[in-house]
Design a protein around this ligand. Structure first.
Ligand code: GDG
Length: 468
C-alpha cells in the first residue's frame, strides 16, 4: 500500500481519544488515514526561529509520524499573516474590500512554499501519495515537481474558490493558478467553487474541460472535483453522549431558566457574518417585544488571527453591537446575548449544541461549515432543534432541509428565527431526520476515502506514469 504524505500549514499531533483539548474531526480523520497508510504529516510547527535551518522535528505519537519545521518571523509575517490571511483568505471569501495586495507578501508566500518543498522532498518515497491542504500551499505542487517529485499529488481547498472577475484582481493570478495545475487531483468543497475554478481555467487560461470534468494540461490529465467534507460523525456522537457533554448541557439549560436558546459557534472571523447575525437577532427582539425575556442567543467565538487588523476590527464591532443590543433589550434578570470570546472542549460544545433550540449558522461565505453539521449530529432525534443556515455556506448544498437564509437580509433572518421558534415538533423531526442522514452518510471518513481513491487514480497506481 502506498504511504500517504499530508502537507498542511499546521500539523495536528495526535492525542489519545478523550484527552484534554482533544482534536477536531479533520485531524482525527487524517491521523487515522496516516496510521493506515503508515504516512507522515508535514507542516509548520507554529514556532519561530531566528534563522531558517530546515531542521525537521520528527515525532511519533499514537502511531502517526509528524515532521515539522520552524519559520523565521519575516516568513510568518509575509506568508501567514500576509499573503495567506490578508490576501488569499479575504479574496477567496469574496471580500476584495479587505484584500491587501503587497508584493512582499507574495514573495514571502513563494519563499515559504519553497522552504516547505525543500524540507519535505527528502521524506517522499517513489510510491507515496502526496495530499496538500488549503490556500497556504497552492504553489507547492509545482515546486515539488521542479525538485523532481513525480508522485501523484492532490490538493484540497477548504475555502471557497472566488468567481473569475474577483480572482483577476490578484496580481500574478495566472502564475498562482498555473502552478496548481501541477497537481493530479484538485478538490473543492462544492460544485459551486469547482465551477468557478473551471470557469477561470477555461476563460483565463484557454484550456478545454473534458466531458468528464478532467483538464488536459501539458500531456497530463488533471482531475478537478468536488469532495464535500463532513464531520467525524461517530466521534462526535460518542462525545455527545459523554458525562462531560451531559454536564455542559444540564448546566447551560439550568442557566437559561426555561428560555429558548439560539447558539452560534464560530472562529471570530468576518466571513462568519457575526455582525449581521447579531443585528438580525436584535431586529427579532425589536419586532417581537413579547419575546425579549423568552429567548437568549449564546455566541461562542474564540478569537483567531489576532495579528491581522481586520480581525481586531471585527472584534471591536461585535463588542459594540452586543453592548448596544443588550443595552436596548436586557432587564435586571436577563441579557439577550451571551457573547463568549473563548473556546470550549469539543464534548462540552456537543452538550451546548444539544441544549439549543436553534443553531444559527449564518456565514457570508464559507467553504463548507462544520458547525452546521455538528449542530445536527448533537440533537436529540425525539425533540430536535432547528438549523438556520446561510445559503452561502458550502453546507447549504447538502443540508437542504435546514431553514436556508440570506444572511445579508436582517429582516429575512429575523423572520426565520420566529418561524424556527414556532416550528411544530413533527416538522422539526422530519427535517432533522433528513439532515442527520446527510451528516451521517457523508462524514469525514467518506470524504477522506473519496479523495484518497481519486489520488490513487483509476488504475490504483501510486506513482504517476512518467511518460503520461
Ligand atoms: C475551514 C473552512 C470548512 C469552534 N469553536 C470551538 C471549536 N470550534 C470548531 C468547530 C468546528 C471548527 O472549529 C470550525 O470549522 P468550520 O467548518 O465551521 O470553519 P473554519 O474554521 O473556518 O474551517 C470551512 C473547514 O475548514 C473544513 O474544511 O468547513 O468552510 O473555513 O469543528 O466545532 N472547537 C472547540 N471549541 C470551540 O470553542 N473544541
Amino acid at each position: 500500500m502506498s504511504r500517504l504524505i499530508v502537507i498542511s500549514n499546521r500539523v495536528s499531533v495526535p492525542k489519545a481519544a478523550g484527552a484534554a483539548g482533544a482534536q477536531g474531526g479533520l485531524a482525527i480523520a487524517l491521523n487515522s488515514a496516516l496510521r493506515e497508510h503508515r504516512g507522515i504529516w508535514f507542516g509548520w510547527s507554529g514556532q519561530e526561529t531566528e534563522e531558517f535551518t530546515g531542521h525537521l522535528d520528527m515525532q511519533r505519537n499514537e502511531g502517526v509520524t509528524t515532521a515539522t519545521i520552524d519559520l523565521e518571523p519575516q516568513d510568518i509575517d509575509e506568508y501567514y499573516n500576509g499573503y495567506a490571511n490578508r490576501t488569499l483568505w479575504p479574496l477567496f471569501h469574496y471580500r476584495i474590500d479587505l484584500t491587501e495586495y503587497d508584493r512582499s507578501f507574495g514573495e514571502g508566500y513563494e519563499r515559504v512554499n519553497a522552504r516547505f518543498a525543500d524540507s519535505v522532498t527528502p521524506l517522499i518515497e517513489p510510491d507515496d501519495l502526496v495530499w496538500v491542504h488549503d490556500y497556504h500551499l497552492l504553489p507547492i505542487g509545482s515546486m515539488l515537481r521542479q525538485k523532481g517529485v513525480k508522485n501523484r499529488m492532490g490538493l484540497f481547498l477548504h475555502t471557497p474558490w472566488p468567481p473569475t472577475r474577483l480572482l483577476v484582481s490578484l496580481p500574478f493570478h495566472e502564475r498562482l493558478v498555473g502552478s496548481m495545475l501541477e497537481f493530479d487531483v484538485i478538490g473543492f468543497q462544492t460544485e459551486e467553487w469547482l465551477g468557478s475554478f473551471l470557469h477561470y481555467v477555461e476563460k483565463e487560461m484557454g484550456l478545454d474541460i473534458n466531458e468528464d470534468g478532467t483538464i488536459d494540461y501539458r500531456g497530463r490529465k488533471i482531475v478537478a472535483r468536488a469532495f464535500p467534507i463532513g464531520i467525524d460523525y461517530t466521534e462526535f456522537v460518542e462525545g455527545a453522549k459523554s458525562d462531560e457533554a451531559r454536564e455542559a448541557h444540564d448546566h447551560l439549560k439550568a442557566s437559561v431558566r426555561g428560555r429558548k436558546m439560539l447558539i452560534g459557534v464560530d472562529r471570530l472571523d468576518y466571513s462568519k457574518g457575526l455582525g449581521e447575525r447579531f443585528e438580525s437577532f436584535g431586529r427579532f427582539l425589536t419586532d417581537n417585544p413579547d419575546q425579549a425575556s423568552k429567548v437568549v442567543l449564546l455566541q461562542i467565538a474564540p478569537p483567531s488571527r489576532g495579528d491581522v487588523a481586520s480581525y481586531q476590527q471585527i472584534r471591536e464591532d461585535l463588542e459594540r453591537k452586543t453592548g448596544h443590543i443588550n443595552g436596548a433589550h436586557a432587564d435586571v434578570a436577563f441579557v439577550p446575548i451571551r457573547y463568549v470570546n473563548r473556546g470550549y472542549p469539543r464534548r462540552q460544545l456537543a452538550g451546548f449544541y444539544r441544549a439549543a433550540d436553534i443553531g444559527l449558522v449564518t456565514p457570508l461565505r464559507d467553504g463548507m461549515n462544520l458547525v452546521a453539521k455538528e449542530y445536527v449530529a448533537a440533537q436529540d432525534p425525539e425533540d430536535p432543534g432547528v438549523l438556520i443556515l446561510s445559503q452561502f455556506a458550502g453546507a447549504a448544498l447538502q443540508l437542504t432541509d435546514a431553514l436556508l437564509v440570506n444572511p445579508h437580509s436582517i429582516e429575512h433572518v429575523s423572520e426565520t428565527i420566529k418561524l424556527a421558534l414556532e416550528m411544530p415538533l413533527a416538522e422539526r423531526r422530519r427535517r432533522h431526520e433528513k439532515l442527520l442522514a446527510s451528516v451521517r452518510d457523508e462524514d469525514v471518513v467518506h470524504w477522506r476515502d473519496e479523495f484518497v481513491k481519486a489520488l490513487f487514480g483509476k488504475d490504483g497506481e501510486g506513482a504517476r506514469d512518467e511518460a503520461a
